[in-house]
Design a protein around this ligand. Structure first.
Ligand code: TRP
Length: 332
């Protein structure tokens, strides 16, 4: 069976964009593939993380995975640092990937900003660790968003160069898995920027832990334009805030934008926002509540991660044995 690997950073403030863009897709894939879902704590520390926050965010993301419907017995759910093979293979890839390749990574340029001299070496080598995450399990498919495509390309280049350099056919050339129409959830305050954990305004996002009152208030305050809703999708052109809210409704309803507009075309936003609040509370409320319940049981969450880690190590062990043997690293 094809094997899926995907990772999410435990960097806090989990929001609707993380759910619709990533976690919800993971749930759909669990019936069709063997899946490994990883809380990538080693990637998170490429920028400063307060240790207490990191622990909390790792457990909270795990709780979100489970609350959204990922079954820890069916999938491997783990945090990256539980399996040392990730870091071990990343070192080997540090010796395969070329400086020129990493210099082209746009995410590093964005994250490092102007003060590149002061960025961590880990932030620079980040894509090599990501390639190791995937290839330690010989995963074949990786569900990722648009922003990770370049890193996945690098993963393919590393696999190819390793196979070439050593004259082996060890690593698969992974395929990105882009699921359906990409759900790009934008800020509720500005329809042209992505919903983000780091936006200073909490009103810009719906957090997965927001209760019904907070959800209702944020939707009520969401920016709109003065026109009623159009009846057809092209009527959303040039109306980013309207397009965002309709897109969120369609995604939550598991439907199409066109169908939503058939129903709400001509409505005022005040009316549409009530309907959006209802569906958001109905879909997200139970997830938020289950997350709170799980967060009250950290020992259970930790046991899921430990069990996932042990199963993950068993999966990557034979791959690592092959890698060591191929590279010429002796082990007894
Ligand atoms: N870099 C990814 C992100 O920030 C997270 C990630 C780490 C990942 N390792 C991965 C995603 C392996 C897919 C596969 O979104």
């Amino acid at each position: 069976m094809d094997r899926i690997f995907s990772g999410v950073q435990p960097s806090g403030n989990l929001h609707l964009g993380n759910y619709l863009g990533a976690i919800r897709n993971f749930v759909r894939l669990q019936d069709q593939y063997e899946c490994i879902y990883c809380v990538v704590d080693l990637h998170a520390i490429t920028v400063w993380q307060n240790p207490e926050d990191l622990r909390h965010n790792t457990r909270e993301l795990t709780a979100a995975f489970i609350a959204a419907g990922l079954d820890p017995s069916k999938n491997v759910i783990m945090n990256q640092s539980q399996n040392p093979h990730h870091a071990e293979l990343a070192w080997i890839f540090n010796c395969v990937a070329r400086l020129g390749w990493l210099n082209r990574m746009t995410q590093f340029k964005e994250k490092a900003g102007k003060n590149r001299e002061n960025a961590s070496v880990g932030l620079y080598a980040y894509p090599n660790l990501m390639a190791a995450d995937i290839l330690a399990y010989k995963a074949t498919h990786v569900p990722v968003g648009e922003d990770q495509k370049q890193h996945l390309e690098l993963c393919r280049d590393i696999a190819q160069k390793f196979n070439n350099d050593f004259g082996v056919d060890l690593f698969p050339i992974v395929e990105p898995l882009i699921l359906g129409p990409a759900t790009r959830v934008m800020s509720l305050r500005d329809g042209s920027s992505k919903m983000s954990k780091s936006d200073p305004s909490d009103n810009s996002r719906i957090n997965l832990t927001d209760g019904p009152d907070a959800i209702a208030q944020k939707i009520r305050r969401a920016r709109t334009d003065p026109e009623p809703l159009p009846s057809e999708a092209d009527g959303l052109d040039g109306r980013p805030e309207a397009a965002n809210l309709v897109g969120i409704y369609a995604a939550l309803a598991d439907g199409q934008v066109a169908t939503v507009l058939q129903e709400f075309g001509g409505s005022l936003f005040s009316e549409f926002k009530n309907a959006l609040t209802d569906i958001a509370v109905a879909k997200l409320g139970p997830i938020g509540e289950e997350m709170q319940r799980l967060m009250a049981e950290p020992a259970y969450i930790d046991s899921v991660l430990a069990d996932g880690g042990a199963r993950a190590r068993a999966l990557s062990e034979p791959v690592m044995a092959e890698v060591f043997d191929t590279v010429g690293l002796v082990r007894g």
